[in-house]
Design a protein around this ligand. Structure first.
Ligand code: PLP
Length: 411
């Protein structure tokens, strides 16, 4: 009992192992330091610094003026579902009927609906690490068990067929794959996917959830592919997840979507019906324009992200003790920092983990990065390079100087 006589708040057991995302925590601390007047550079955010294209904003304004301001169909307006079906056909050679498509308030809600609708205690979900933090948290919130498989930089952060085969049990319900990946930026080409899909063909009880959120942010000659198109025999147990947040710089509009088997899509709509009812009508109208409208700015943005990637990867690799693989996509660099472990700060504090290093960089260099531990793989740190080049150059210079100030521990 609280001294006021009221019973203290008691969180539900399902929240026992789940906290506010570490990425948001670091962002909040960095923002607080910035408000206090410190010159903090935040490289933690997972969103493009570009604005939403004007044509998309105009479509939203037109929807408001047309009175498109009421509840919509539960899991997406027919217009948006058609735009999504057309997108899948045009870009991925995937053919979905409208009742095989779901729209939700972000891809995050799509993933939540899918897991909520399909797993519970006793079920296992295979997640290669490093992974986007949310995956394992949602699995745990649903009472199921995340089975985490480490995929290090020297394996190009990609799950291999023998690892997948060894992780599958009679309890496995899903494998979650994300390409290009947040946080590693690594992507699966056709040749990387093929052996994994062959394993899945041998295990008909295992379903595949693929998160293609960064499909449009790929570099050089990398060719994006998605498993349901690559292996039609798996389409009946694959959920292909995507959204407008990253490609169209629409993180705040909250629209994600998926294509998948009818029965799963229906079960997901039941979850949605008892949570958000439907995504925002105005955002849905904007997303129709994003998918159906001009796509030429995607190339410009890709080019700009590629220049930043090259700048960041080269800058990180110049730092003694840090190694960074060149990512195929997304806007993240995931650097190995094993060479800095065991060193000490000028104040005598040992750097034993990547979280210690992230703390040090925030305090000493005033640069916010996210430690690999937030994504299930250490010792690494993630830099989001969705930031202007001048700021990135300044941040890299500060990180390099701050790492150089760390002393080798001679004890
Ligand atoms: N999937 C991945 C891999 C992400 O990195 C993110 C956002 O950071 C999402 C999904 C969620 O996107 P949305 O804004 O559509 O919820």
């Amino acid at each position: 009992m609280h001294e006021s006589g009221q019973t203290e708040f008691r969180p539900a057991p399902r929240l026992a192992s789940i906290g506010v995302s570490k990425i948001l925590q670091i962002g909040a601390r960095a923002a607080e330091m910035k408000r206090a007047g410190l010159p903090v550079i935040i490289l933690g955010a997972g969103e493009p610094d570009f604005d939403t294209p004007q044509t998309i904003k105009d479509a939203a304004k037109a929807a408001i003026d047309a009175g498109d301001t009421k509840y919509t169909a539960l899991d997406g307006t027919p217009a948006l579902k058609r735009a999504v079906a057309d997108k899948f056909r045009r870009e991925n050679d995937l053919h979905y009927a409208l009742d095989e498509i779901a729209v939700a308030a972000g891809a995050k809600q799509i993933l939540f609906n899918a897991l909520m609708a399909s797993v519970g205690p006793g079920d296992e979900v295979i997640i290669p690490t490093p992974y986007w933090t949310t995956y394992s948290d949602i699995v745990e919130m649903c009472g199921a068990t995340p089975v985490l498989i480490p995929c290090q930089a020297d394996a190009d952060f990609r799950l291999k067929a023998d690892q997948l085969e060894a992780a599958i049990t009679a309890r496995t319900r899903w494998v979650m794959l994300n390409s290009p990946s947040n946080p590693s930026g690594a992507a699966y080409g056709e040749g990387d996917y093929r052996p994994l899909l062959d394993v899945l063909l041998r295990h008909p009880q295992v379903w595949l959830m693929v998160d293609d959120m960064y499909e449009h942010i790929v570099y050089d000659d990398f060719r994006f592919v998605t498993p349901a198109a690559l292996e039609p025999r798996l389409k009946a147990r694959t959920l292909t997840v995507n959204g407008v947040s990253k490609a169209y710089a629409m993180t705040g509009w909250r629209i994600g979507y998926a294509g998948g088997p009818r029965a799963l899509i229906k079960a997901m709509s039941v979850v949605q019906s008892q949570s958000t009812s439907c995504p925002s009508s105005i955002s849905q109208a904007a997303a129709v324009e994003a998918l159906n409208g001009p796509q030429d700015f995607l190339q410009e943005r890709r080019d700009s992200f590629r220049l930043r990637r090259d700048l960041v990867v080269a800058g990180l690799n110049r730092i003694e003790g840090v190694e960074c693989r060149t990512p195929e996509g997304a806007f993240y660099a995931f650097a190995h920092c094993g060479g800095l472990m065991g060193r000490t700060t000028a104040g005598g504090r040992p750097i034993l983990t990547d979280a210690d290093l992230a703390d040090h960089l925030l305090e000493d260099a005033h640069v916010a990065v996210v430690p690999g531990s937030a994504f299930g793989l250490s010792p690494y740190f993630r830099i989001s390079y969705a930031t202007g080049t001048a700021e990135l150059e300044e941040a890299l210079a500060r990180i390099a100087a701050s790492c150089a100030r760390l002393e080798q521990n001679r004890t």
